[in-house]
Design a protein around this ligand. Structure first.
Ligand code: GLC
Ligand code: CA
Length: 549
């Protein structure tokens, strides 16, 4: 198949969370040499791009999303030589490397911030320092990790803004020096052969004003003053013109609470190549984020269809390092677990856009059973627990429940490579987070590689099928009208067409009359005997991809 489609539209992306992927030196922490050792596995799976969560030098209070030196690698993960080697080895196997770009904030240990604590320093204005209102912070904004978004510095008697933890001070994007510094970082990595960036919380870097926020939210009060403002769009456009347009690369936005008009603007104005929306992963969360809601396949479908039909290209994902594992949320926790994992995989790969896999998703990794929120390694979970328990005096078990909903340790367990000691992740017993006990029950890479019916081998087939079908790669997305948890859509490119049917529920469901006799060839199905030419019902989690004649 000849095509001019850019690589990032054709290939599946695999997110590597370096700390949890593979440990090469026995300290219980994943590292770059570990990643290099598993590149053949990723190549065999059919991955074209890896997105590497941060491995820059960092005190790791937010596990790397708090960078203290953008131009060096954290010793936990290796050296710059190791990193160069990773890019080179990946390239040899036909895999591109995308870095995580975290520039809403730095670590408070970054030399810029250390300098900026001196009132007369040239770096003061790299961050957002303001006088308080009497004894109170400059405004009423709250951090995304809960609690006030400002911290007081007694030496200079001013406050600095942090939309995340107080060890993550926000950069001041009104200062042109900040833009210059970031452009230098981008060129440094692009010149090394890195294929682009996943840009962390990139739709909130520009604070238009510092007026009080309106909401009562315990976290994120003030967003109306910094979410997707004109200045934000202008900066992204400038980065594109100054830097990205000069390289063959991809720019992926993590765009917290993005809406359709801004999403369209990001793409049409060439600010981002694609972006992550959050609506579908919030489907089972109350807007307050304080408790979970039951999953509704119908609502899920509505959200996905909305994005599919509103913007020209989507970054399609079910999981990442901030979200609990998907099958237990959107599929079946019980005996239909594997079946529903495959059904969700087919959904993610047949939507229009670039499919993302978070490490471990391809073997159906689960959330760790019974984590104690108080012992979490996740700063956001700990901070929510503290606020709930200490500030709101909620009893421990309720505080734990609320914080537990946000415990990002859940998806950050070491990847289970085999059924042996420490799941083959490390030779060290004391891995930084425990391995999942189900690595002994077939939920590991080695066992699943050998089993033709495994989730892993299903992903492998799916990746190849998508790559070989122009209608799946570049075709239109045309939803058909169906009820409840039944999905049906067509993907069409010139005279080629695929139809995708999915029952995302644990009960059988009736097909509408017009879908009962479909003339085509099954490319893949979660059951072996799906026969679209004569079919009245779909079984639980039955998903069928049909190439129409
Ligand atoms: C993004 C990252 C998350 C991090 C936060 C602050 O949402 O995905 O892990 O904690 O930004 O950098
Ligand atoms: Ca290690």
């Amino acid at each position: 198949m000849k095509t001019n489609t850019p690589l990032w539209r054709r290939k599946a992306v695999y997110q590597v969370y370096p700390r949890s992927f593979k440990d090469s030196n026995g300290d219980g922490i994943g590292d770059i040499n570990g990643i290099i050792s598993k590149l053949p596995y990723l190549a065999d799976l059919g991955i074209g791009i890896i997105w590497l969560s941060p491995c820059y030098k960092s005190p790791k209070m937010d596990l790397g999303y708090d960078i203290s030196d953008y131009l060096s690698i954290d010793p936990d993960y290796g050296t710059m030589d190791d990193f160069d080697n990773l890019v080179k080895e990946a390239d040899r196997l036909g895999i591109k490397v995308v870095m995580d770009l975290v520039v809403n904030h730095t670590s408070d240990e970054h030399p810029w911030f250390v300098e900026s604590k001196k009132k007369d320093s040239l770096y003061r204005d790299y961050y957002i320092w303001r006088d308080g209102k009497g004894d109170n912070p400059p405004n009423n904004w709250t951090s995304q990790f809960s609690g006030p978004a400002w911290d007081y510095d007694p030496d200079t008697k001013q406050w600095y803004l942090h939309l995340y933890s107080k060890k993550q001070p926000d950069l001041n994007w009104h200062n042109p020096k900040v833009l210059e510094e970031v452009e230098k970082i981008l060129r440094f990595y692009l010149d090394k052969g890195v294929y682009g960036f996943r840009c962390d919380v990139i739709n909130q870097i520009y604070k238009e004003s510092l007026e009080d926020g309106k909401g009562h939210a315990q976290n994120g009060r003030g967003v109306e003053h910094y979410l997707m403002k004109d200045g934000n769009h202008r900066i992204l456009r400038t980065l594109y013109e100054d830097v990205f347009s000069h390289y063959d690369c991809v720019v992926i936005g993590e765009t917290y609470n993005v809406d359709v008009p801004n999403g369209i603007r990001f793409l049409e104005n060439h600010e981002l190549d694609m972006f992550f929306q959050f609506d579908h992963v919030n489907v089972d969360r109350h807007p307050s984020q304080i408790f979970a809601l039951p999953f509704s396949a119908k609502k899920f479908k509505g959200i996905l269809y909305k994005w599919q039909t509103s913007v020209s290209w989507n970054a399609n994902y079910m999981e990442n390092h901030d979200q609990p594992r998907s099958v237990e949320r959107f599929g079946d926790k019980g005996k239909l677990y594997d079946l529903s994992a495959k059904a969700l995989a087919m959904l993610n790969f047949t939507l229009r856009g670039t499919p993302f896999i978070f490490e471990g998703q391809e073997i159906g990794m689960r959330v760790y059973p019974g984590f104690d929120a108080r012992k979490s390694k996740d700063v956001s979970c700990l901070s929510i627990y503290d606020i709930a328990h200490k500030s709101f005096h909620l009893p421990n078990f309720i505080a734990q429940k609320i914080a537990g909903l946000h415990n990002r340790d859940d998806s950050r367990l070491p990847l289970s490579w085999d059924s042996g000691d420490n799941a083959g992740f490390s030779t060290c017993r004391d891995t930084w987070l425990p391995v999942h006990p189900n690595h002994k029950d077939g939920y590991n890479v080695e066992d699943q590689s050998k089993d033709p019916e495994s989730i892993l081998n299903f992903y492998k087939k799916l990746i190849r099928i998508r790559e070989g079908e122009m209608s799946l790669l570049e075709g239109s997305f045309e939803p058909l009208s169906t009820k409840g948890g039944l999905f049906a859509y067509r993907r069409r490119y010139q005279d080629e067409e695929c139809l995708f049917l999915l029952n995302l529920t644990k009960r059988g469901c009736c097909l509408p009359a017009y879908l009962r006799h479909v003339n085509g060839r099954v490319l893949l199905s979660t059951y072996h005997d799906s026969d679209p030419s004569d079919m009245r019902r779909l079984r639980p989690y039955e998903a069928i991809l049909i190439k129409l004649n």
